[in-house]
Design a protein around this ligand. Structure first.
Ligand SMILES: [Zn+2]
Ligand SMILES: [Zn+2]
Length: 123
């Protein structure tokens, strides 16, 4: 089995037995760096990997869809001094009290729209 090690100069791996001490770098370098040319450093990517074919349009669309998602969700806010939360119906914007423990009412008392599950709310 061939052992490859990482070249400290260009950050690329090459077979270990091809590494040689180089006067310029004062360390062992891979065959590519032994030619004396300036090595092309591989960029260390900071961004998380994007799916193939990802471009700025996708990023815009993703952002837009994320915004849409927020808009179509009912909004909850805590009511001080009570276990209830205030819920704003995403469909008719009606404000009503919602009991997150009993999970009542099941739907908007005004327009009967479903109330999404209260996942992110910490009581
Ligand atoms: Zn190298
Ligand atoms: Zn409603």
């Amino acid at each position: 089995m061939e052992v490859t090690i990482l070249c400290k100069v260009c950050n690329r791996s090459a077979p270990a037995d091809q590494f040689k001490l180089h006067y310029k770098w004062r360390q062992v370098v891979c065959p590519r760096c032994q030619s004396g040319k300036e090595p092309v450093k591989q960029e260390v990517k900071v961004e998380p990997p994007k799916p193939a074919g990802w471009d700025q349009d996708d990023e815009y669309l993703e952002k837009a869809s994320r915004q849409r998602k927020v808009e179509t969700q009912a909004q909850f806010s805590k009511i001080a001094g009570s276990n209830l939360v205030k819920c704003k119906c995403f469909s008719c914007k009606y404000d009503f009290k919602y009991d997150p423990v009993r999970k009542t009412p099941y739907s908007c008392p005004y327009c009967n729209a479903d109330i999404p599950k209260l996942k992110t709310f910490n009581l």
